[in-house]
Ligand binder design. Sequence first.
Ligand SMILES: [Zn+2]
Length: 290
Amino acid sequence: MRKVALLLLAITSVVLADDSQNPFIATEVAPGIYMLAGDGKQFVGGGVGLLVGDEYVVLIDDVMEPTAAALLDAVNEIAGRPIDFVINTHAHGDHVGGNVTVARNGAIIVAHDNLRKRMHADPKLNTGPGALPVITFSEDVTFHVNDQEAFVFHVENAHTDGDAVIHFREANVISPGDVSFRGLFPFIDLDSGGSVDGFKAALQRLIDISDADTLFISGHGPVGTRVGLEQDLAMLIDAEARVKALLDDGMDEEQIVAANPLALYHDDYNWGFITTEIMTRTLIRSLTTD
Ligand SMILES: [Zn+2]
């Protein structure tokens, strides 16, 4: 634990823009690699990854459409030049809502095949020229930029069915998109091909490819460490087992919600979007449908 604490102390946060109108805070997790996230005053989107260097600027996810311009300002303040590539980790508006804006500014958008299919079919996401990725992959793809290798790989049916994880191997940084809700009940989007089993498997894979020094650019929540992801996975496994035990006792959904089997996690993991009740209902639905 001590090592993790020291590790997190060593990373630096920069509040962007002198006029303090910009809602993003940038944290440098490794030389040239940043996590950008909202300052908490308003919801701007998920955690964004940024790689800057002499050759290319690569962004991992963008944000809600209304805050896309502010994100570009924040990136420009750090990088001093336009974004070359955007890697979308999954098809949710708080991660891809700025695609039209970043594409109009010259960025090439890259994502998993299934993300493009979902965006194409959804008028709320397919919002105009440039919204859709122009390069897609089925299993994995590697970026060789700024003397870094960014290995981008698909994890099946986890948060959605089009999830991508970005692994900066040399820098020992992983950007898992919404496979990591650090310290928060996760949104597992069963209606978009996500699954509890896939989510657990994806978290386990992140743990397997990391070490005690790895830092995670969380889709939601603060910068993560392997210890934190292990806690989140243990919570999810135990939460699912608690719900399953009540189902096995013959309780129906409302009886289980009333029994509140996740009460012990409420103080740590409950948040506005995925409350303890919503997490409970998601696990019930997952366990009672094929
Ligand atoms: Zn999401």
